[in-house]
Design a protein around this ligand. Structure first.
Ligand code: ZN
Ligand code: FE
Length: 255
């Protein structure tokens, strides 16, 4: 598929694009190969890679929505050899994929082990990518629009039961896992959560920290699985019925 680099890619960088999307780049120190996750657009991503002497060798897609695949055709025109990893079940909606995958698959990207997790709910064939840690510290989770910092994706094609199951699967990952979700929705999510649970200390603390980050124009991503277990009402939901109530309340909320 691809040549294994001499050293595994250890860094994840984030590129803010459009209103609130993030494109993630997996790369090593200095010039070399790179992989991108959910390129919403091409131009800022190509410029970011070129400035650093990075060659695109892989694109990973979590789901078919335009703000997660829109940049792929132009990136592939610039780097035609890049492989495109996406849900095989969504081949019709992600036709440029070169390597279709399904839940449970294990791959190697830039020398890093990657586990594919099936996480339906936002869309029928949404997948997530988990990169176990290399040595000390947490691994990396690219979860698209399934788990957000303090929230979860809208249920466009799935049921509350599916989303409850998907969030439960992600919440079982190690607490130190970094959560790279694809949108900067954190402040709104936590304002909603604090309105639901006004006496919840961890949520109030997190909202304050997030407000401070945003006031400085800084991203709130990555989050961590431990932080989501503690402060995300969708992750904390005891069952699908509670998740459904939260989802309905969040969709109606104008705070
Ligand atoms: Zn989406
Ligand atoms: Fe999205």
């Amino acid at each position: 598929m691809q040549e294994a680099p001499t050293r595994a890619a250890e860094r994840v960088s984030l590129i803010p694009v459009l209103n609130d999307n993030y494109v993630f780049v997996l790369h090593g120190d200095g010039p070399g190969p790179a992989a991108v996750v959910d390129p919403a657009v091409a131009e800022p991503v190509a410029a970011w890679l070129e400035q650093r002497g990075l060659e695109l060798t892989a694109i990973l897609h979590t789901h078919h929505h335009h703000d997660h695949i829109g940049g792929a055709p132009d990136l592939l025109a610039r780097w035609p050899g890049a492989q495109v990893i996406a849900s095989a079940a969504d081949r019709a909606r992600i036709p440029h994929q070169t390597q279709g995958v399904a839940g449970g698959d294990r791959l190697t990207v830039l020398g890093r082990a990657v586990e594919v997790l099936e996480v339906p709910g936002h869309t029928a064939h949404h997948i997530a990518f988990y990169l176990p840690p290399q040595g000390e510290g947490g691994g990396e989770l690219f979860c698209g629009d399934t788990l957000f910092a303090g929230g979860c994706g809208r249920l466009f094609e799935g049921t509350p039961e599916q989303m409850h199951h998907s969030l439960g699967l992600l919440a079982q990952l190690p607490a130190a896992t970094r959560v790279w979700c694809a949108h900067e929705y954190t402040e709104g999510n936590l304002r909603w959560a604090a309105a639901q649970q006004p006496s919840d200390g961890p949520i109030a603390q997190r909202l304050e920290a997030v407000r401070a980050r945003r006031a400085e124009g800084q991203p709130t991503i990555p989050s961590s699985i431990g932080l989501e277990r503690a402060t995300n009402l969708f992750v904390r939901a005891a069952d699908a019925a509670e998740l459904r109530r939260h989802r309905g309340s969040k969709d109606l909320w104008r705070g």
